[in-house]
Design a protein around this ligand. Structure first.
Ligand code: PEP
Ligand code: MG
Length: 529
């Protein structure tokens, strides 16, 4: 690796490989592994014991820099392990119809296996709105999350049905069950065909009320949607996904090329790029964050404002990428107070001035468009400072996934409390309605980009609340359009009034489903999950 990287890295950065080599030396870690093998452990276990001890020693260190070296030890251990197990992993090619089962499914895992081969995903950790689930939904792959107590090691090579609608898997199904699921699968395909018949029309309710539909993107497969007229742009581009699929921070130039590609594909349509939103259940393999309460910790804007060099590089790359297309909107995640907006604006201004100067040095007439800047509304504290956003931001977008978790104090990634996590909770709906009313009053355009916007019933409620811009995964977009077309905007307002007076999420769901049945859209009730 040292040799391979020598052309790309400065000498001081290359020194890390010398340290790796020293650690592997017989006098250090290597010797300890040999010692454990002599004690009777197999090589893989011996390595694991020693590496884990080293990691915990490093993690206990007071000095933050030394503490972070735990990552190097982990990486070293992982690489050694790869060599020790290469034989067995080589003999396991990915079958054509594979089900990916992992303790925790990550973006890089999904990137490693060809998309067309993955037919289902099962994750031991996580819940319906974990990021792994959101990624699976974006890719249109059935997924079941939070499946504890399954015999993980005995599932290799076994036939499995993944029922993403009901959150179940069937291990070694008999012929009757398989046939039943095949029927359901073809019903699903028929329904999708029906939805595609009207794919080109823009979304409106039966009484002609227009709703603009945008897509959530970031996994890198969405170019094909740019041409479709009924898709009005990207309402949320999660920039962290490309960061998660790499082994190091992408450089400014790499980011610029990536963003330029996305902005170019959607040229003429707005693209909302969210600044790096890592932390919580989104980890960068090369910048691990270990915290007791990761969802209340160093997430999103908190991390990037603490590391302005990461923020500035990203904003500069975005602004440069936008020079030809001028369709960039920048969105800030996890904003919990006005100070964060002011500080971000200051840095965005700085990046804008730097880039303008740089480009004008090369070409005096260079025009650098200034992007619109907005915030995610997803932390409850900002609900009480909405009016103070006036003059500071150009737009906002509600992140219902986090807003739900923080309002209800339910970790979106914890399957033990998954039954308490519900965006249909009247508290959540009342909060969203308040945001709709206040942003309308102060004249800041507000959209919704959390998963609720892509849930057909959720989209109906949001339309009834007055939202006219919804952003969702590409898989659900046609379903949302289909139910909206059957709905009446005045009736949706009544439905919302009814829902806001409910005391429990199931009461809301009952009313929404009753309306769906009344308008003859029952087909969505199975296909909408
Ligand atoms: C949200 O929180 O609703 C959101 C859209 O962002 P993410 O799911 O990436 O946290
Ligand atoms: Mg969020």
């Amino acid at each position: 690796m040292s040799e391979r990287m020598s052309a790309h890295l400065p000498a001081d950065a290359l020194a890390i490989f010398d340290i790796y080599l020293q650690m592997l030396d017989a006098a250090s870690l290597g010797n300890e592994v040999v010692g454990k093998i002599k004690d009777g452990w197999c090589a893989i276990s011996a390595l694991k014991i020693v590496i884990e001890r080293y990691i915990s020693e490093f993690e206990k260190m007071e000095d933050a820099y030394i503490r972070e070296r735990a990552v190097d030890v982990k990486d070293l251990g992982r690489r050694l392990l790869e060599y020790l197990t290469t034989e067995s992993s080589k003999s396991l090619p990915v079958p054509d119809s594979a089900i990916l089962i992992a303790e925790e499914v990550t973006a890089s895992m999904l990137a490693e296996v060809p998309r067309e081969k993955i037919k289902g995903i099962v994750s031991i950790k996580g819940a319906e709105n974990s990021h792994a689930a959101i990624m699976a939904r974006a890719l249109g792959i059935p997924a079941v999350m939070g499946l504890r107590d399954i015999p993980l090691l005995q599932l290799d090579g076994v036939d499995i049905i993944v029922d993403g609608y009901n959150g179940q898997i069937v291990i070694s199904p008999n012929d009757a069950i398989t046939a039943e699921y095949r029927d359901l699968e073809s019903e699903d395909l028929e329904f999708t065909k029906l939805l595609k018949l009207e794919a080109d029309e823009v979304a409106r309710t039966a009484d002609g009320h227009r709703v603009s539909l945008f897509i959530n993107s970031g996994m890198g497969f969405d170019g094909e949607y740019a041409e479709q007229e009924h898709i009005e742009g990207i309402g949320l581009y999660r920039t962290e996904y490309p960061f998660m699929m790499r082994q190091r921070f992408p450089s400014e130039q790499e980011q610029q090329l990536l963003y330029q590609h996305v902005l170019g594909e959607f040229s003429g349509k707005p693209v909302v790029m969210r600044t790096l939103d890592v932390g919580g259940d989104k980890q960068l393999p090369y910048f691990p964050i270990v915290e007791d309460n990761p969802f209340l910790g160093w997430r999103g804007i908190r991390l990037t404002l603490d590391h302005p060099e990461i923020f500035l590089v990203q904003i500069r790359a975005m602004i440069k990428a936008n020079v030809f297309t001028n369709n960039l909107h920048i969105m800030l995640p996890m904003i919990s107070d006005i100070g964060e907006v002011e500080e971000s604006n200051r840095l965005i201004n700085q990046a804008y001035n730097e880039v303008s100067e740089e480009l004008r040095e090369a070409d005096h007439a260079a025009q650098v468009p200034r992007p619109k800047v907005g915030v995610m509304i997803e932390v409850p504290s900002i609900l009480y400072q909405l009016k103070q956003l006036k003059g500071l931001v150009d737009f906002c977008s509600i992140g219902t996934n986090d807003l739900t978790q923080y309002l209800l104090a339910v970790d979106r990634n914890n399957d033990k409390v998954a039954h308490l996590y519900d965006a249909y909770h009247p508290t959540v709906l009342n909060a969203i309605k308040t945001i709709a009313d206040v942003t309308n009053e102060i004249g800041i355009p507000c959209s919704v980009c959390g998963e609720l916007a892509g849930d057909p019933g959720g989209a109906m409620l949001l339309t009834g609340m007055g939202f006219t811009q919804l952003s969702m995964n590409t898989q659900n977009l046609l379903k949302v359009k289909w139910v909206l077309k059957k709905s009446n905007s005045e009736e949706l307002k009544d439905l919302v009034e009814d829902a806001l007076d409910c005391t429990r999420p199931d009461q809301v769901k009952f009313r929404v489903n009753r309306y769906i049945l009344n308008i003859g859209a029952a087909g969505i009730l199975r296909a909408g999950g």
